[in-house]
Ligand binder design. Structure first.
Ligand code: BGC
Length: 904
C-alpha cells in the first residue's frame, strides 16, 4: 500500500544535485514533509544509476541498497560500485513508514563526481609573462567545436580569484572564487556546467584574475596570479576533447585591461576607458587581429602552488542581498555620503553617466566623523577605496570583482553631477550557506540584538570564518571561533563550510608537535595557538550533534588527539601556564593597560585558568568522541586525564574557604561552572559570589571577554537564573549589546567600549555575537541531544524570563523544521512545538511560579496531564512525567499545542 508520504529534499554531501563530489563514499540525506503525528521511517531503499533511463526504470545499476531496516535518513553512505571521475549519477529513495508501508520513490536527484585523480588534470598552471603589480591579467583562447555538444564542464582554479567568461558572458554567479585555503597544502577548484555557454563553431574562453589572498598577503608576500583550467567537452556522438590552460595551446594574455588595481583590503581601481569590448567573443578575433598578435602575449607556465586539488564542495561566495541606501548627505561641497542603514560586507554597484575620464571615488567605512564624512581610522591601513574612471558612454554600471569591504557608509567623491539614492546599491556578499534559524520575541531590543548577530556572522562567512570584514585583518581566528561556532551553526547550515575550515586548521597543524595555529589559514597569530582554541574539537562535535556527521569525527580524530596531547606536553602538574589571549577583550577597565590588542588582555582572569579549563574541556570532548568511534582505551585515557585536570584546576585556582576562583572575576567563576567542575560543596558559594559580582559590583552587567560571555548567559540560564541572564542581555548601558545599539550599531562590536579611532575596534566582529546560540538553546530551548545526533532525538526546554511575554523560534534542522513558540499569560503558559518527521523530542514545560498550585496541561482541547498523572490520550505523545520544575513529555513528529493552566 502507498502511504501518501514521499521523500523530498534529496541531498548528497549536504548539497542538492552537487557537481564535484570527490569522496568515493558520498552520503545521502532526505526529508519527508508530513503533519502526521508520531510518524517515522522504519526502512529505506536507495537506488543509484549511471543513466537517467536506468533510474527511471527503477534499476540501480550502480547501487541498490535493498530494503534496509533503519531509521537513518541523514548521511547514509554510498556502498555501490566504484564511482568514476567526472561522471553523473542519478539516485532516488523510498522509505517504509512506522506501519511498515512503503512510499513511492522520490523524484530523481543526481550528483556528479569531481576530478578524482591528479592524473585526470591535463593542463598546466599559467601566469603572466612579466611582473607588474596591480593590474588584473586577462587571458583568452579561441577554439572551434565542430560537432553538437552533449555535455561540457569547466574545472577551474584561479589564484587569488578568477572570473571565467565564455563567448562574452560570465560563467555562473560565484564571486571571490575559489575559497581561501593555504594554497601550498590545498587548492579548491570549481566546476561549472558550461554546455549552455558553448556553441558549434568558433568559441572564446576568457579568464580575468585577481590577487585575492594569493597575491596580496598582509604579511607582504606577493605571488603572481595564475590559473588552471580544464574544460571537458563531450559531443553527442561520444567523442571527447579537453580545452586546457597551457603555454603552447593558443592562450594569450594582456595586462592592459580595465582593472588597474585590485587588492582585498585596499579596493579596486577600474578604468573603463581601457575596456576591450567583446574581448571574450569570437568577433574580437576577427576585428582585432593585429592587437592580438602584437599586444597580447603568450602566458608563462607557472609552478603549481603545491597543494592538492580539492573540489570546492562548500557553498561558493555570492551576492546574497541588495540594499538600497536609506539616505544621502553632502557634508562638504561635492562630497556625498550614502548610508545603507546596515553594516555589511561586500561592495556597491555604481550607476553613473558623465564625461570620459571623470573619476568617481568610493570610500567605505563603518563610521562617520561628526562632520558627516567617513571615518576610516579603524581600518588599520586597509584603504577600502574603489575608483571608477568613466568611459563617457551613456549610463555606466560598475561593481568591483576582486575586493570587498566592511561598511555601512560610502563616501562618493568626483561624481559628475548630483548623485541620487538610486546611483548606489549595496551588495552583501558571503559564502552562500543556507540560513537555518529564525527568532523573534516580545522584547524589541532582543530582536535587534538577534538581527545584529545574524548580520555580523553573515558578514564574516567568506569561505573562512573571519574575525571581521573591514580592516587589514579578516582572519579565521580560532579563539573567536571557540566562542561563536555554536551561534553560527544555529543560524546557518555549516555542514560543508565547517569541514572545509577544519581542513584549514588541519593543514596548519605541526607535523611533529601537533600544535595548531591561532589563525587558519595561518597568517596572523602564532603556533602554538592559544589553548583556548578548543574549536578544533568543538566544531566536529557540533557537526556530529547537529548533522549526525560521524565521518568528521573520524577524519579529525588524530588531529584532535595530537592537539590535546600537545597541550599535555606543555602541562605541568596538569596546569597549562602558557596563554596569549585568554578571555580576550573584556571591558577595558579590567584589562591590562597597554597590553596587546589595544589593551585587550584580561587583568582579572588568569590566562592559565582559561588555558587549563580548555585543556580539561578538550579531554572531556575527546573521551566522548573516542567512545563514539569505539576507541575505548582512548576514552578511558582522556576521561582519566580530565579527572586529573579537574582536580588540579580546583587545587590551583579555587579558594575553598571563600568559594572563590582566582581573583573572583565573573569569567573565573562562570567558566568552571560552565565546565561543571566546581566541587559540589562549593557550588552554591561560587554561584553566590558570581551573582554578587554581577548584581552588586557590576550593577547587573557583564564583565567578561570573548570566551566567557557566551557561558555567562548560557550557564546562568542552565543553573536556573534566566532572569539574571536576561537582565545582562537586555542592558542598554555600558557594557552591553544594548549600549552598542544605543550608539547606532547594526552589527556587533569587537569592544564593549565605543571606540572610533585607530587600533583594535572593529564594529562587525562576531565573537560577542556568540550569545546567538542562547536565543535558540536558552530562550526557545531547542537543543540537539547526544542520545540522537542529527536531531534524531532532541530537546525543547524553554526558559521563561519573567519580563518576556513570548518567543517564536524555528530551526531548520537537517531532518526538517523544528519549532518552539511560547506565550505566557497571567495564569497559563502556551507552548507550540513542531517536531520533524522521523524525530523525537523531549519537551519540558516549565511550571514557572505555580509550583504549589494545581494545574492541568492540555494538548489542543484534550487534557493530557492532571493531578501529577499522564493521561495517555493523544496520538504522538509517548509519555509524560513531572519533576520539581517541569512537566516532561516524550513526543514524536507532528505539531502540538500545549497549554499549562492553573485550576482553582
Ligand atoms: C582579532 C580577534 C582575536 C584577536 C586575538 C584580533 O586581531 O580581531 O578577533 O581574538 O586578535 O586573538
Amino acid at each position: 500500500m502507498n502511504t501518501g508520504l514521499v521523500p523530498t529534499d534529496l541531498l548528497c554531501e549536504y548539497r542538492a544535485e552537487p557537481l564535484g563530489i570527490d569522496t568515493l563514499k558520498p552520503r545521502f540525506s532526505w526529508r519527508v514533509d508530513t503533519t502526521e503525528r508520531g510518524q517515522f521511517q522504519s526502512a529505506y531503499q536507495i537506488l543509484v544509476a549511471s543513466t537517467l533511463e536506468n533510474i527511471e526504470n527503477d534499476y540501480g545499476d550502480m547501487w541498490d541498497s535493498g530494503k534496509v531496516e533503519s531509521k537513518e535518513s541523514t548521511n547514509v553512505e554510498y556502498l555501490g560500485k566504484k564511482l568514476e571521475s567526472g561522471e553523473t549519477y542519478y539516485w532516488k529513495v523510498r522509505i517504509w513508514d512506522k506501519y511498515g508501508e512503503v512510499t513511492s520513490f522520490s523524484k530523481v536527484s543526481k550528483f556528479e563526481m569531481g576530478v578524482l585523480s591528479p592524473s585526470d588534470w591535463q593542463g598546466e598552471w599559467i601566469t603572466v609573462p612579466i611582473y607588474k603589480p596591480g593590474p588584473s591579467p586577462m587571458f583568452r583562447k579561441e577554439f572551434i567545436l565542430d560537432k553538437p555538444i552533449k555535455k561540457a564542464r569547466a574545472y577551474i582554479s584561479g589564484l587569488g580569484y578568477y572570473e571565467l567568461r565564455i563567448n562574452g558572458k560570465k560563467v555562473g554567479d560565484y564571486v571571490l572564487d575559489p575559497g581561501w585555503t593555504d594554497y601550498s597544502k590545498r587548492i579548491l577548484y570549481t566546476i561549472y556546467d558550461v554546455g549552455g555557454y558553448l556553441k558549434e563553431g568558433l568559441n572564446v574562453v576568457g579568464i580575468i584574475l585577481g590577487n585575492g589572498w594569493w597575491g596580496n598577503f598582509p604579511m607582504g608576500m606577493r605571488n603572481l596570479p595564475q590559473v588552471l583550467l580544464q574544460m571537458n567537452i563531450e559531443f553527442t556522438g561520444g567523442d571527447k576533447i579537453s580545452i586546457v590552460t597551457s603555454r603552447d595551446s593558443g592562450w594569450l594574455v594582456t595586462l592592459e585591461g580595465p582593472i588597474v588595481e585590485n587588492n582585498i583590503y585596499d579596493g579596486e581601481v577600474y578604468d573603463a576607458r581601457l575596456e576591450k569590448p567583446g574581448w571574450d567573443t569570437p568577433e574580437y578575433s576577427k576585428n582585432h587581429q593585429e592587437e592580438l598578435e602584437k599586444k597580447w602575449e603568450i602566458p608563462l607556465t607557472a609552478e603549481p602552488p603545491g597543494g592538492v586539488m580539492v573540489s570546492q564542495i562548500i557553498e561558493p561566495i555570492r551576492v546574497i542581498q541588495d540594499l538600497k541606501p536609506i539616505s544621502i548627505t553632502e557634508p562638504k561641497p561635492n562630497i556625498y555620503v550614502y548610508d545603507l542603514g546596515q553594516n555589511i560586507a561586500g561592495w556597491v554597484r555604481l550607476k553613473v553617466s558623465g564625461p570620459k575620464g571623470s573619476k568617481v571615488i568610493l570610500k567605505f567605512a563603518e563610521l562617520l566623523y561628526e562632520d558627516g564624512t567617513v571615518n576610516q581610522e579603524n581600518l588599520v591601513g586597509a584603504k577600502a577605496t574603489d575608483m571608477y574612471i568613466l568611459k563617457g558612454d551613456g549610463v555606466e554600471i560598475w561593481e568591483p570583482r576582486f575586493t570587498y569591504h566592511g561598511f555601512r557608509y560610502v563616501q562618493v567623491e568626483g561624481f559628475p553631477g548630483i548623485p541620487e539614492l538610486e546611483n548606489i546599491t549595496g551588495r552583501a556578499v558571503r559564502s552562500s550557506v543556507e540560513r537555518t534559524g529564525e527568532f523573534e520575541c516580545s522584547n524589541t531590543l532582543l530582536n535587534q540584538i538577534y538581527r545584529n548577530i545574524v548580520w555580523t556572522e553573515s558578514n564574516n562567512l567568506h569561505s573562512v570564518p573571519t574575525d571581521c570584514p573591514q580592516r587589514k585583518e579578516r582572519q579565521g581566528w580560532l579563539n573567536d571561533m571557540t566562542a561563536r561556532y555554536e551561534e553560527a551553526i544555529y543560524n546557518f547550515r555549516m555542514a560543508n563550510f565547517y569541514p572545509k575550515w577544519l581542513n584549514d586548521i588541519h593543514d596548519e597543524q605541526g607535523d611533529k608537535t601537533g600544535a595548531i595555529t591561532d589563525t587558519a589559514p595561518l597568517v596572523y597569530g602564532r603556533r602554538p595557538a592559544d589553548p583556548v582554541s578548543s574549536c578544533y574539537l568543538l566544531v566536529p562535535w557540533a557537526l556530529y550533534l547537529h548533522y549526525n556527521d560521524k565521518r568528521i569525527l573520524e577524519e579529525h580524530y588524530e588531529g584532535m588527539k595530537r592537539w590535546t596531547d600537545y597541550l599535555s606536553s606543555q602541562a605541568k602538574d596538569y596546569i597549562i601556564s602558557y596563554s596569549c589571549w585568554g578571555d580576550w577583550a573584556s571591558p577595558i577597565n579590567e584589562c591590562i593597560t597597554d597590553s596587546i590588542g589595544s589593551g585587550a588582555v584580561s587583568a582579572v582572569t588568569p590566562g592559565e585558568l582559561m588555558s587549563t579549563g580548555y585543556y580539561y574541556f578538550n579531554t572531556l570532548i575527546l573521551s566522548k568522541i573516542a567512545h563514539i568511534l569505539g576507541n575505548y582505551d582512548d576514552e578511558q585515557k582522556y576521561r582519566g586525564l580530565s579527572e586529573k585536570i579537574r582536580e588540579a584546576f580546583n587545587n590551583k585556582f579555587l579558594d575553598q574557604a571563600k568559594n572563590q576562583y582566582a581573583k573572583g572575576s565573573q569569567a573565573s567563576h562562570i567558566f568552571p561552572l560552565f565546565l561543571d567542575i566546581v566541587p559540589e560543596e562549593n557550588k552554591k558559594g561560587v554561584i553566590e559570589n558570581l551573582l554578587k559580582d554581577i548584581l552588586e559590583v557590576h550593577n547587573g552587567h557583564l564583565a567578561t571577554g570573548n570566551q566567557c560571555t557566551k557561558y555567562l548567559l548560557e550557564t546562568l540560564t542552565d543553573l536556573g537564573f534566566v532572569d539574571i541572564a536576561y537582565l545582562i542581555a537586555t542592558q542598554t548601558t555600558y557594557p552591553s549589546w544594548g549600549y552598542m545599539i544605543q550608539n547606532g550599531a547594526t552589527t556587533v562590536w569587537e569592544r564593549w567600549e565605543l571606540m572610533t579611532g585607530p587600533g583594535m575596534n572593529s564594529h562587525d566582529h562576531p565573537m560577542y555575537g556568540s550569545i546567538g546560540s542562547w536565543f535558540y538553546k536558552g530562550l526557545a530551548g531547542i537543543k540537539p541531544s547526544e542520545d540522537g545526533p542529527g536531531f534524531t532525538k532532541f530537546i525543547i526546554k524553554p526558559n521563561i524570563p519573567k519580563d518576556l511575554k513570548w518567543v517564536k523560534c524555528s530551526l531548520r534542522t537537517i531532518k526538517g523544521t523544528a519549532i518552539s513558540n511560547w506565550e505566557k499569560k497571567e495564569d497559563s503558559l502556551m507552548l507550540e512545538v513542531k517536531i520533524p518527521f522521523n524525530t523525537e523530542a523531549r519537551v519540558y514545560i516549565p511550571k514557572l511560579n505555580i509550583k504549589d498550585k494545581k494545574f492541568v496541561i492540555k494538548e489542543g482541547e484534550i487534557e493530557i496531564f492532571k493531578d501529577g498523572k499522564f493521561l495517555n490520550k493523544v496520538e504522538g505523545i509517548i509519555n509524560g512525567k513531572e519533576d520539581n520544575e517541569y512537566v516532561i513529555f516524550d513526543i514524536g513528529s507532528g505539531s502540538y499545542s500545549f497549554t499549562l493552566s492553573i485550576v482553582e
